[in-house]
Design a protein around this ligand. Structure first.
Ligand SMILES: Nc1ncnc2c1ncn2[C@@H]1O[C@H](COP(=O)(O)OP(=O)(O)OP(=O)(O)O)[C@@H](O)[C@H]1O
Length: 284
């Protein structure tokens, strides 16, 4: 498969950032994660500032995020990679307001999540974020159509019918809208989850291993959908993935090890991603 990310036109700021990072490709594992990570110069849809997360107490404390500083640029597709236990899901969950950090701040736009009350956090997640999980997380008793509109219905907002029609047609779901999840394949269920995340045009879509349960054809469909959301619909997408092929759809891949960002690549090829992962795993 050709690398779709490689064909994405880079703007000037991307070029500068690229030069900084992969002009002569050698995996770099020496980024000081206490310093802001160079993100090129775009506006941030989300950012972590000295984000720290520890689980447990005393001798059993596990540091899942070790003062991470990173920006997720607007209208870009970012993938988070790293060995098992490196903190990928914790970073995404703290950024998406699904888990509370122990220290530091996670921002969505200018909103500091650590300052929000529970109700405000619920509203922010509902109104400004979209989620796609490995396990699809569809409601089994609702039809595909009802699952897609559920968050908007709960928020008491009106569905933009022409956008709903456009999204469901683009995802090949038009003939499946009356089906319940059990009557759909895994790939179709994940496309329903994508439609649910896209239909309200959230500021940022977070995917935790969105292709983790899919075969290669369905994975490609989901990744194409996410790529199109960024390229055509000005969306911002951040996913956690173990899959180098999935990560190659991203404009940027950041690599975690032991709760720190240790490397990043812009417009990466699958080979560069694999080489970087191998470098990190050799050191870990
Ligand atoms: N609820 C929890 N209680 C205690 N420790 C936890 C908890 N959740 C995560 N951890 C620990 O925090 C660290 C980071 O976990 P996290 O799930 O973020 O890693 P990951 O990179 O997403 O891993 P994987 O690729 O295996 O899903 C790990 O050492 C993990 O064991």
């Amino acid at each position: 498969m050709s690398n779709p990310a490689a064909s994405t036109p880079a703007n000037n700021s991307d070029d500068v950032a690229k030069e900084n990072w992969d002009s002569s490709f050698t995996p770099k594992t020496d980024i000081d994660s206490s310093q802001p990570v160079n993100n090129s110069t775009g506006e941030a849809a989300a950012r972590a500032v000295n984000l720290y997360k520890a689980y447990g107490q005393g001798d059993t404390t596990v540091t899942a995020l070790d003062h991470v500083n990173v920006e997720f640029e607007k209208n870009k597709f970012t993938a988070i990679m790293g060995p098992s236990g490196s903190g990928k899901s914790t970073l995404m969950h703290c950024m998406a307001g699904l888990d509370a950090a122990t220290g530091g701040s996670a921002f969505i736009g200018d909103t500091d999540l650590s300052r929000l009350k529970d109700k405000e956090m619920t509203s922010l997640r509902r109104d400004r974020l979209g989620f796609i999980f490995q396990s699809f997380n569809l409601v089994p008793t609702l039809t595909a159509s009802e699952n897609i509109t559920l968050p908007t219905d709960i928020a008491g907002r009106k569905i933009d019918q022409s956008w709903f029609d456009e999204i469901t047609s683009r995802l090949g779901l038009t003939e499946r809208l009356k089906h319940r999840p059990a009557e759909l394949s895994g790939g179709q269920q994940q496309r329903v989850a994508c439609a649910r995340a896209l239909v309200s045009r959230p500021e940022i879509i977070f995917g935790d291993e969105p292709t983790g349960n899919l075969d290669s054809n369905s994975s490609r469909e989901v990744l194409d959908i996410l790529r199109t959301a960024v390229d055509q619909d000005d969306q911002t997408v951040v996913i956690v993935t173990h899959d180098a092929k999935a990560a190659s759809y991203a404009d940027r891949v950041i690599f975690l090890a032991d709760g720190r960002i240790v490397n990043q690549l812009f417009d990466p090829t699958i080979e560069e991603i694999l080489a970087t992962m191998n470098g990190i795993e050799d050191i870990a």
